[in-house]
Design a protein around this ligand. Structure first.
Ligand code: HEC
Length: 203
């Protein structure tokens, strides 16, 4: 009996020790190694930190699930023709220093947005497209975000209201569409997505 119980104890020690080794290995590989590799990454010279308004817009991007259809990580030319699509160069770690959490995304139902601020810098276009994507891209499957806007009678427009210019076919008679602060913040964030500055790569 006593022989048997010490035998089991030995087995338990082995299981616990084995688990520790595996956990230690995984922590080293997934936590420690990336930390050592990335702890000294500097922001590239051309990259500006987000403003308070842009950070609020980033929150809107997260809250509205834009990441489910849009990535922010163009692939290298050797892997895919993303640069030819106008999405920009492949990113380096420094491009993401101000991003927490990062919004690289994995799905590409829509185009990559890493450089949307450079590719489509028109605030009017961005606001109108969020209100009604099909007014700008016929047949677009992107959802519209009408709750980021307010439809008002033309006579109710106040000073400071950001009235959006919809293409004539989508403009409403006697009514105007005014962007809410959430829409303005989101577009401010989209326009800040410009990583076209040069970076050092390993090549
Ligand atoms: C269901 C998938 C889906 C979701 C969710 C989605 N989009 Fe899109 N988006 C698309 C598709 C598809 C296109 C391409 C057609 C078009 O221009 O409308 C697109 C196009 C765009 C473009 C223009 C890109 C270019 O290169 O011209 C921008 C900007 C954009 N989306 C921003 C957003 C933002 C911001 C959100 C969240 C509020 C969002 N999208 C949510 C699918 C989506």
């Amino acid at each position: 009996m006593s022989k048997n119980s010490s035998y089991w104890q030995m087995d338990e020690i082995r299981i616990v020790a084995g688990a520790m080794v595996i956990l230690g290995f995984a922590t080293g590989l997934l936590v420690l190694a990336p930390y050592l590799l990335l702890k000294d990454v500097e922001p590239p010279k051309g990259l500006k930190p987000y403003t308070a308004e842009q950070l609020l817009g980033r929150g809107q991007y997260i809250a509205n699930g834009c990441i489910y259809c849009h990535s922010q990580q163009p692939r290298d030319a050797s892997l895919a023709p993303d640069a030819k699509r106008g999405w920009g160069r492949a990113p380096v770690a420094g491009d993401y220093v101000y991003d927490s959490p990062h919004l690289m995304g994995t799905m590409r139902t829509g185009p990559d947005l890493f450089n949307i601020g450079a590719r489509q810098p028109s605030k009017d276009w961005q606001l109108g497209h969020l209100y009604q994507p099909r007014a700008y891209t016929p047949g677009s499957i992107m959802p519209s975000y009408p709750y980021l806007f307010e439809v008002k009678k033309a006579s109710e427009v106040k000073e400071g209201d950001e009235v959006i210019n919809l293409p004539p076919a989508f403009a409403k008679k006697d009514e105007v569409v005014v962007a809410k602060p959430e829409a303005l913040q989101l577009v401010n964030y989209l326009l800040s997505l410009d990583h076209t500055y040069p970076v050092k790569t390993l090549e």
